[in-house]
Design a protein around this ligand. Structure first.
Ligand code: GLU
Length: 450
């Protein structure tokens, strides 16, 4: 195959909001197609809406593409810098009689200079446009439904369809892989491209992303921003792996796998048109798998921003990195987000544990013989050797003395010391990282509430 036959795709975001999972999926599918076909990935920023564009939104696009590992071979091109070219294309259509000045009287000579303050409409011919969409099959649209649509606004700016079609033509885009929400604009883009003498790209409209209620994902209703997922501690590799499965699946059915294998497996024709469920529980499961795969140093490095941020519940002076290093192997198996580290370890850095109401109620208020177990444990821990084995034995013995089995006898002690009924193994960290006095103080504080 000569390079002229290789696919050229583009990710063409409009920087009108922060990058969300839907756009990221579109970017990823373009990239997968390019990388699996030795094609070219172009990045084009469709920033023609001057009122809504903000530079930081464009920066965020670069940042999150890089985070996901999506690189590009050409661009970024800025659509706003191509205004003259768009004007020229509209002028060409006017000259050819394929467009007309909107409020011009009918006698106006086609091709007369585009005057400021005049909109231009495309002269839609009669007929039908059939789009042979890779995902959706043939989509036929009767031109009567389109009417003569605006391609140039009276404020001197191109419409989305005009700029999009001209840029795809000029950038020799062979495949336009994009969200299904744009399908309705596609016949117009095809008509404009053909009127300009260009071959429109092959279109592949990716299925909608829906939430648990099968409703289209929305910024207002659903957690969709990549920023939010990164903040919660989703690993980029887990996120990218998960996004690849939204509307596509490998033929061998293996879902969790390195990106190099996903590239190998990816076929654009395997994308299906059924709405794809953005399943946060599944994403968390993927993330847990990727977290467990991190080697100890990488895991600690990944945790770091979640332990040192402004929103941690402890004060900086009390924070001890060596405690985290010791705790890391105990929690790595359990975490599904990196942010989940905080409730696992906060009790080691706080002066008072944050008591979870439900845990308190279940294990202390309604726990069998909880007050007695706390009393006996307090007495035993006052002078037993301060090592994990001895402390554990003392707590279990306290339970046995009151007819409570081992796992249940631990529950009121755990809640009194850590604030929660679930968490990492209790005795080792408690003995190694808290002092005897501190533990006794917490046990007494809990007991005094009963
Ligand atoms: N700029 C459009 C958007 O962000 C996408 C255009 C396209 O992919 O063709 O919705």
């Amino acid at each position: 195959m000569s390079s002229a036959d290789k696919p050229r795709v583009r990710f063409a975001p409009s920087p009108t909001g922060y990058l969300h999972v839907g756009s990221a999926r579109t970017a990823l599918f373009n990239w997968l197609y390019a990388r699996s076909t030795s094609g070219t990935m172009v990045l084009r920023i469709e920033d023609t809406d001057e009122n809504r564009n903000r530079p930081e939104l464009t920066d965020a696009i670069f940042e999150y593409l890089a985070w996901l590992g999506i690189d590009y071979d050409e661009g970024p091109y800025y659509q706003s810098e191509r205004r003259e070219r768009h004007r020229q294309a509209v002028q060409q259509l006017l000259n050819d009689g394929q467009a007309y000045l909107c409020d011009a009287n009918d006698n106006e000579v086609p091709g007369s200079e585009m005057a400021d303050g005049r909109a231009v409409r495309f002269r839609t011919p009669e007929g039908t446009t059939v789009i042979d969409d890779v995902v959706r099959g043939e989509v036929a649209v009767d031109h009567a439904q389109l009417g003569d649509f605006v391609i140039w606004r009276s404020d001197g700016s191109p419409t989305f369809v005009l700029a999009n079609a001209v840029d795809d033509a000029d950038m020799a885009i062979t495949h336009a892989i994009r969200g299904e929400d744009l399908l309705s604009s596609t016949p117009r883009a095809v008509l404009v491209a053909e009127a300009l003498g260009a071959t429109p790209p092959v279109y592949a409209h990716l299925p909608l992303l829906v939430n648990e209620q099968r409703k289209k994902l929305s910024k207002r209703r659903d957690d969709v921003s990549l920023e939010s997922y990164r903040k919660q501690g989703f690993l980029a590799q887990a996120m990218a792996n998960y996004l690849a499965l939204l509307g596509w699946g490998p033929r061998d059915g293996v879902e969790i796998r390195p990106m190099a294998e996903i590239i190998e497996q990816f076929r654009l024709e395997d994308v299906n048109k059924a709405p794809a469920f953005f399943d946060i529980a599944k994403l968390e499961h993927f993330n847990g798998v990727y977290i467990r795969e991190l080697d100890p140093e990488a895991f600690l490095a990944a945790l770091e921003p979640h332990l040192a941020g402004d929103d941690v519940p402890w004060s900086l002076e009390r924070y001890r990195p060596e405690v985290i290093a010791a705790m890391a192997p105990l929690v790595q198996e359990k975490l599904r987000t990196l942010e989940g580290i905080v409730p696992q370890v906060d009790w080691l850095f706080l002066a008072e544990p944050i008591i979870d109401g439900q845990s308190w109620d279940k294990a202390v208020v309604r726990g069998k013989a909880a007050a007695e177990i706390l009393d006996t444990t307090i007495a035993a821990l006052t002078d037993c050797p301060w090592d994990p084995e001895s402390v554990k034995d003392a707590v279990f013995a306290a339970g046995e003395a009151h007819g409570v089995n081992r796992s249940k006898s631990q529950a009121p002690v755990r809640v009194a010391v850590t604030g929660r009924s679930v968490g990492p193994p209790l005795f080792e960290p408690m003995v190694h990282h808290l002092t005897r006095d501190e533990v006794l103080r917490r046990l007494r504080a809990a007991r005094s509430q009963l």
